[in-house]
Design a protein around this ligand. Sequence first.
Ligand code: ADP
Ligand code: MG
Length: 447
Amino acid sequence: MTEKRQIWGRIQSSLPEAFGETVYKGWLKFLTFEEDLGGKIVLSVPSRFIRDWITSRYLKKLSEIWTQESPGVHTIEIIARAMEEPTKAAPEELKIDDSPNKYLLENVTSGLDPRFTFENFVVGKPNELAYAAARRVAESDQVYFNPLFLYGGVGLGKTHLMHAVAWYLHKMHPKRRVIYMSAEKFMYQFIRALRLKNIISFREQLRSVDVLMIDDVQFISGKDSTQEEFFHTFNSLVDQKRQIILSADKSPSDLQGIEERMRSRLGWGLVADIHPSTYELRLGILQSKAENLPIPIPKEILEFLAHKVTSNIRELEGALNRILAHATLVGGEISLETTQDVLRDLLRANEKHVTIEEIQRHVAEHYNIRIGDMHSTKRARTVARPRQIAMYLCKQLTSKSLPEIGRKFGGRDHTTVIHAVKTVEALSSADPSLRDDVTLLRRMLGH
Ligand code: ADP
Ligand code: MG
């Protein structure tokens, strides 16, 4: 018996080399010698989960190593020691586990923003797919697509949708175990668990959930051991048909620093992107927020904001809050002037920097003339009018001086530009179709 124990000691020290450091540290190092039953050796690990994992993946090779070292040994059995894996039926067991990681599963809702519900999410073209997918995942008992991968730029509602799923499940299926955390928190918890030698508990909690949501997974990229851990957790949950929801600022194929096998698995389920917001969606969001405000906000102000604050929804909300704060603190009516005043810095940051060349190209395309006509001396109305409109837009939408604008239009004089601006202004008030053209062009140029 002691002899087998010694043999185990030798085998143990060869395991990192035989299986690789990661597998050893993650799994095999938990193996302890229990019993020598002649041809059969019993090893133990701290949980059923680890037992199953090792048995399904590494047992065959482990047995071969044993047989080489000690030809009489033909069977290796791995048993789970006392600390059992929590089962689905008895989530309370988690609460008895007093490891420092226990709070991973406790009270999902404490990390959720109460405003981020499905009810408060305004659906429009840019986010309808992501919304429908999130709703489907929340409402169905089956796993249709795994993972659900939501991606899109900053402040477009990814976190909102994930919280909404968690709130929904909390309300409708309070027994289901849901973990929502940011990728940063995942990393932090993982590293902490490693340090506190708590990795088993960390792992088991993650792998015993019904729904795992990790927000902003782009932050996991590059950090090897965390990525590895995440990958194993991911695979194990997919194998058990548990739902995973991930978000990132890029699609799986554009994520940097992610291992290839990981990248391809991320794209296995449904990849739903949230597009940049449209004017209609921004206005819709503002209207729905404004409904719940103590002070009415004039429609034209909401339209102005939807028009001007285009970067992301978070900034849009920020703008609305600032106007509200101003009105509440300083009093007075909310006018376009005060709005512009209060939001000056924000509006400047949101200003699109259109170039003279872009304006010329758009206008030329719109009127179906050649871009060279912008510089030419042709005076035919069909060419001259669009050229004047382009000059007008350059004056309105760029910070270029009149002489600079003139130069870019075939070396014209600044007085020609002034004349063009005046002409277009006069025509705009007299000719609705020209006014519509100008408005449309402004829109196309992002203003
Ligand atoms: P992301 O996680 O994509 O960076 P968030 O989910 O944090 O963005 O959204 C930023 C803010 O914009 C939040 O306050 C959120 O409630 C709001 N928001 C985004 N999209 C919508 C929407 N479609 N309807 C209502 N609010 C939205
Ligand atoms: Mg977010």
